[in-house]
Ligand binder design. Structure first.
Ligand code: NAD
Ligand code: IPM
Ligand code: MN
Length: 359
């Protein structure tokens, strides 16, 4: 049976980069003689406008049926009224929760030819190869929220089980990398962080004595990520800290538009999305960097469809396009979104037919 892939383009540059994801999947299908069932549906502001809901029932039902979901981005200034009862972002948050996607993998790797774009000196970033494992369905994002005219509150809650499963996933990942995990928290202030510290220390000691483990406070971590990023390898952290630290880390390797992500969890479907948002400032102008999205398609082949070799070829095709300077404005190129994606698709064909390796 064909794998079912659901595309959720969303808002702003979401549809622009998702269109390129579709073309890449179709190219993979052609090159490898495979066939996928690709469908598309509404989420975010687009869904809110069309149906009154940021995550319509029909979309959620299709996500549950799918083997993998690809998401562009949600949100934008037209839905930013602080008094609004429903927001586009709720569509994405509810989807993550409903699908049980508790771990969000965000790899951050430097392509050497982008070293000059980084705000850090080349020698500081040359070995950056980071995997941030962000907890995705707990913490302040999902606690009870209250807002009235003069006060507001966000409940911040984590259970032992929520912490343990994501720490295990990060530690397993570290075993196939450099065997090092940094757990980032704010244990000098937050009770939730103190639980993170206790539970992760127990898990690491009991089940992963072979993996080097350290803890770090998030404010210091924000500093170390720019002062000495290559000291990190696998980072595991709670929802909000992971969100913030990965936007920060993306700048080191060139642009927000470069970073892919995979959200995995308890169910069958994974969710694959670039880490960037809907970028209203550049939407509709073919300026968006599609590589974060195309990398997310690669992660889909690896983590949801079990086609590791195709994932590797996609990674290599992106790598080779960047090496050749075939990229968008944000990373120093002059190609438009679709042209940069074409370059990747062409490189993919080359890799397949001529077995071209890294250039
Ligand atoms: P953003 O990530 O959309 O943009 C931040 C900056 O990075 C902008 O200057 C933008 O032009 C640039 N940028 C982002 N992606 C790029 C790409 N692919 N190529 C080139 N440049 C790129 O963050 P924001 O402006 O704070 O948020 C805009 C909206 O997106 C908000 O409504 C926010 O809630 C939403 N958002 C959604 C997601 C998501 O759907 N996963 C993620 C982050 C933000
Ligand atoms: C992300 C985004 C989302 C988040 C928003 C849009 C809810 O910033 O995917 O990184 O904070 O998780
Ligand atoms: Mn974010």
């Amino acid at each position: 049976m064909n794998a079912k892939i659901l595309l959720l383009p969303g808002d702003g540059i979401g549809p622009e980069v998702t269109a390129e994801a579709r073309r890449l999947i179709e190219a993979v299908a052609e090159i490898h003689g495979l066939s996928f069932d690709i469908d598309e549906d509404l989420i975010g502001g687009a869904a809110l406008d069309a149906t009154g809901e940021p995550l319509p029932k029909e979309t959620l039902a299709k996500c549950r049926e799918a083997d993998a979901v690809i998401l562009g981005a949600v949100g934008g200034p037209q839905w930013d009224d602080p008094d609004a009862k429903k927001r586009p972002e709720q569509g994405l948050l509810n989807l993550r929760k409903e699908l049980g996607l508790f771990a969000n993998l965000r790899p951050v790797r430097l392509h050497p030819s982008l070293a000059h774009i980084s705000p850090l000196k080349a020698e500081k970033i040359q070995n950056v190869d980071l995997m941030v494992v962000r907890e995705l369905t707990g913490g302040s994002y999902f606690g009870k929220k209250e807002l009235d005219a003069d006060s507001a509150s966000d409940e911040y809650r984590y259970s032992r089980e929520e912490i343990e499963r994501v720490v295990r996933l990060a530690a397993d990942m570290a075993r196939s990398r450099y065997g090092r995990v940094t757990m980032i928290d704010k244990a000098n202030v937050l009770a939730t962080s103190r639980l993170w510290r206790k539970v992760s220390a127990e898990v690491m000691k009991k089940s992963y004595p072979d993996v080097a483990y350290e803890t770090m406070l998030v404010d210091a971590a924000a500093m170390h990520i720019v002062a000495n990023p290559s000291r990190f390898n696998v980072i595991v952290t709670e929802n909000m800290f992971g969100d913030i630290l990965t936007d920060e880390a993306s700048v080191l390797v060139g642009s927000m538009g470069m970073l892919p992500s995979a959200s995995l969890g308890t169910g069958k479907a994974g969710l694959f999305e670039p880490i960037h948002g809907s970028a209203p400032d550049i939407a509709g102008r073919r300026l968006a960097n599609p590589f974060g999205m195309l990398g997310s398609v690669g992660m889909m082949f690896e983590y949801s469809l079990g086609m590791r070799e195709i994932a590797r070829q996609i990674e290599l095709a992106i790598w080779n396009a960047v090496s050749a300077g075939q990229c968008t404005l944000d990373i120093g190129g002059n190609l438009r979104t679709d042209e940069a994606a074409n370059a990747v698709i062409e490189r993919l064909g080359e890799i397949h037919t001529k077995k071209v390796a890294f250039i």
